[in-house]
Structures are given as C-alpha cells and as structure tokens.
Write a protein that binds this ligand. Structure first.
Ligand SMILES: *[C@@H]1O[C@H](CO)[C@@H](O)[C@H](O)[C@H]1NC(C)=O
Ligand SMILES: *[C@@H]1O[C@H](CO)[C@@H](O)[C@H](O)[C@H]1NC(C)=O
Length: 212
C-alpha cells in the first residue's frame, strides 16, 4: 500500500507540473454482476468466466456455471466463436509463414493439430446435451464420436489447407482413444481434412498426460 501511495503521489506531481488534463483515472470497482442476477449480469459474468477458462486460469473444471447455459449457446452458435476461431487461425498462419521462411533450406517443419474443438467442432453434441451444464458424460460423448459426423471449424480447415500449401508436415495429436481411430479418421475425412501424415491417439493414460 505504501508503494502505491508513493506512486500515486509521483503521478499527481507530474500532472500538476504539466498543467494538463488529469491523467489519473479510477479503476472500475468489482461489478455487481459477479453476484447479481439478470440477463445482463449473467452475460458479463459468463464472458469473464469464459476468458478465465480460455486463459487456463480456471484450471480443471467440471461443468459450465448454471447461469451460463444461454450464454454458452449464444457464444457457440453466434458469430463470436467463429470470430475467435478466425483470429486464432490468422495469427497461427502468420506465425507459420514466418517460421517457414526463417527455416528456408532446412528440414520441412511439422505442425501439430489437436482434434476436438480444434479441427472438429462438437457443438452439435453439446447442443443436444445441455451446453456443458451437466458434467461431461464420456459414454454419450463416445457414442457421438462413433457417429463420425462432427463438422470442421471452418477457420481451422482453411488454416489446415494453407499449412499444407506451405509444405508443413501435418501431425494430429488427440486425447481420443486408439479404439476411436477409425471413427476419427472417417470423421476427419467427412469434415474435409485429408493427407495428414500421422494421427496419434491415446493409449491408456489420461488425455492430459498423453498430450504432454
Ligand atoms: C451418460 O450417457 C449414457 C449414454 O447416453 C446414458 O445412458 C447415461 O445415463 C448418462 N449418464 C448420466 C450421468 O447422465
Ligand atoms: C478399423 O478398420 C479396419 C479396416 O479398415 C478394420 O480392420 C479394423 O478392425 C477397424 N478397427 C476398429 C477398432 O474398428
């Protein structure tokens, strides 16, 4: 606290000396949406919760908070998810193109893709199973995997083809079980992916240990 006060005092001095508009601004207080109800409060809270999940701050979690069902649906089915995906794919392509150029003349680099929620979208499954409000049900998810009809995330399919065009080796690494190899290959082809060099599936161990 003492350090903060000193910093504030120094900043205030600068403002006075410059004789300009005050540059100090108060930080917005904790919004009541964190505890309050109502659609607007839920939307604000759920967007923050999603960011916390995406950045890994939430750690392992079991279910989407009960108040976030409608938010999840709107996020997944609306333009925001598609937009987030498009930005991530564009950043990835820029990185890939630069990496490829700087390694010119060397060995062809490899690109490793995850499968679920990267190349394939399981949104149709989550749409009929409550948008993550219930704990993940491995049995029903495996049934959905066997159907092999998950669509591609459009931006990922585009990135996949662009990387192949650049000359990358394409490796797929998934927490799906080796027992799901056929269904996964069928599904990838159904969604428009082809010519990957290797599909590595999980043998025993948990998905996270396996991917590490
Ligand atoms: C999980 O899914 C299976 C297969 O659809 C179903 O039989 C089972 O009741 C579900 N379990 C729970 C806890 O919902
Ligand atoms: C996968 O398909 C091949 C033939 O394409 C078959 O021989 C094999 O038994 C299948 N594996 C599983 C786990 O269904």
């Amino acid at each position: 606290m003492r350090l903060l006060l000193i910093a504030l005092a120094a900043a205030a001095t600068v403002v006075v000396a410059a004789g300009a508009e005050p540059i100090l601004r108060l930080v917005t207080d904790i919004p009541t949406s964190v505890s309050a109800g109502g659609a607007d409060a839920d939307a604000l809270f759920c967007d923050s919760w999603r960011l916390s999940v995406e950045t890994g701050n939430t750690g392992p979690w079991r279910a989407v908070p009960a108040r976030c069902g409608p938010f999840m649906r709107e996020y997944m089915e609306g333009e925001r998810y598609a937009s987030d995906s498009a930005v991530a794919a564009a950043e990835s392509l820029a990185f890939a193109a630069q990496a490829f150029a700087s390694g010119e003349g060397g060995a062809r680099p490899a690109w490793v893709f995850d499968v679920d929620e990267t190349l394939l979208s399981n949104a149709p499954y989550y749409a009929v199973s409550g948008w993550g409000l219930q704990e993940f049900n491995e049995t029903s998810f495996d049934e959905w995997v066997d159907v092999a009809k998950a669509p591609a995330l459009p931006s990922s399919l585009k990135l996949y083809n662009e990387l192949k065009g650049l000359g990358f080796h394409i490796i797929l690494l998934t927490g799906r079980s080796e027992l799901q190899r056929n269904a996964t290959e069928d599904n990838l082809l159904f969604a428009g992916y082809h010519s990957w060099e290797k599909l590595i599936l999980r043998n025993a161990r948990t998905a996270v240990q396996w991917k590490d």
